[in-house]
Ligand binder design. Structure first.
Ligand code: SF4
Length: 255
């Protein structure tokens, strides 16, 4: 079993959720988030348990999560993944696998689905083939093929989502637009989540700008029904330090 830590929250905007993190990855992303920390970068405190799967399941049973994410580095490298999904499926939670997509073919995805997986999120690090190769040291061809293949087995109980990073010079708003066109040709109903790259000391890239994030979302929305995004890391830090209220403006007919 490759799980090396787990994190959870009892109230993420009203939802209980847990993340099981698997070690090991076949990609070598220059800006890999795990270079920032091997553990949860948003965690406020730590708890310790005797490290075996049944003890993790006990924590999950106490938490009774709405969602369980399988992520970390790359979960599909774990030969025990099917058994882990099978056991977690007994917990009545929505189980989501986050993967770089390079090792998942249709047959394996069907096995995961039969084991009880509810959702698969494939992360596209860069749509441009050369930039993907530069950034990850791997081709994006199997990743893009996986999106095509797995869309075919999507149904009401098994959802496919594509995630991509926004990273200046590697995956810019216009690359994300090309990705959205590619996805829309498979199905415009596949949802896209845009994750701004999180800055890491000693890594050459800069944090994306908010206007580029919104530009990427607007471009992708021209082709796909559902496009969502994560705030910038700097925004989350700011929100956590100074709770702020969004300003809404109500427009009414002039009396
Ligand atoms: S695929 Fe994910 S875990 Fe693997 S190197 Fe890239 S960012 Fe890191």
């Amino acid at each position: 079993m490759n799980i090396y830590h787990m994190s959870y929250t009892e109230e993420f905007v009203g939802e209980r959720m847990a993340m099981l993190s698997f070690k090991g990855c076949n990609f070598h992303c220059i800006g890999c988030i795990r270079k920032r920390s091997e553990y949860d970068i948003y965690a406020d405190e730590r708890r310790y348990i005797d490290w075996n799967f049944e003890n993790m399941v006990k924590v999950l049973e106490e938490l009774n999560p709405h969602r369980i994410y399988l992520g970390g580095h790359e979960p599909t490298l774990d030969p025990d993944l099917l058994n882990i999904v099978r056991r977690l499926s007994k917990l009545d939670a929505h189980i989501v696998l986050m993967t770089n997509g390079s090792l998942i073919d249709e047959e394996y995805a069907k096995e995961l689905k039969d084991a009880g997986l509810n959702e698969l999120i494939i992360s596209v690090k860069a749509f441009d083939a050369n930039k993907h190769l530069y950034y990850t040291n791997m081709s994006n061809e199997p990743v893009l093929n996986a999106i095509k293949n797995l869309a075919a087995i999507e149904d009401d109980y098994f959802r496919l989502q594509v995630e991509t990073i926004l990273l200046p010079g590697i995956n810019d708003p216009w690359d994300i637009e090309e990705l959205a066109i590619f996805i829309s040709q498979i199905s415009p109903a596949i949802s896209l989540f845009i994750e701004p790259w999180i800055p890491i000391e000693e890594v050459e890239f800069e944090e994306p700008k908010k206007e580029d994030l919104i530009d990427a979302v607007s471009r992708a929305m021209k082709y796909l029904y559902v496009v969502s995004y994560h705030p910038l890391y700097s925004e989350i830090k700011e929100i956590r330090e100074t709770p702020r209220k969004a300003k809404f403006i109500d427009i009414l007919p002039r009396p």
